[in-house]
Design a protein around this ligand. Structure first.
Ligand SMILES: [Mg+2]
Length: 166
């Protein structure tokens, strides 16, 4: 099913140590807004930054693919020391494909994490990589975002039971 992620977590910070190795995922494509930090926030949320540092030191390869513009994505990616693909146009496969090419490993070893069904999850399906869904850090206030979130609601996976505070 095009809207069904392969894995669901409350947030990236809830992806346990050892998960990637267990699932044979050696590279992870990261969404930015509402996955690593809130919209327009230039720095990662502290809890997610701690998770990121652990994942990085475990040897997980990471890259950012965002639908947002280079002016937003570049400083954030640089802060984390990551390569990035801005204007990713998810759910079209192009941005993900470019990231996979740069990661230089087969798609079977790559997953992508994000907070939206219509962009992140469906993008994974079109690109043929595994999808990890996380719930958005905070609700968006813009009109189109609220429309998207309303349409997305019936497709959302069940929230994991043991959630964490944001
Ligand atoms: Mg997002």
């Amino acid at each position: 099913m095009f809207h069904r992620p392969d894995y669901v977590f409350e947030s990236v910070a809830d992806i346990p140590a050892g998960f990637f190795e267990k699932e044979n995922i050696s590279a992870l494509i990261l969404d930015l807004d509402n996955t690593l930090t809130t919209h327009n926030n230039p720095v990662p949320d502290p809890k997610r930054l701690e998770w990121f540092n652990k994942a990085k030191s475990s040897g997980l390869k990471m890259i950012i693919v965002s639908n947002n513009h280079p002016e937003r994505v570049e400083p954030f990616a640089k802060y984390l020391g990551l390569d990035f693909v801005p204007d990713g146009k998810k759910p079209l496969p192009r941005g993900y494909n470019e990231a996979c090419r740069r990661l230089g490993i087969p798609k079977t070893g790559i997953a992508a994490v994000g907070d939206q069904i219509f962009t992140d999850v469906m993008g994974c399906k079109t690109a043929g990589i595994r999808s990890i869904f996380v719930f958005p850090i905070e609700p968006e206030t813009g009109f189109w975002f609220r429309v998207k979130r309303t349409l997305e609601r019936p497709l959302l996976p069940k929230r994991p039971k043991k959630g964490s505070d944001k």
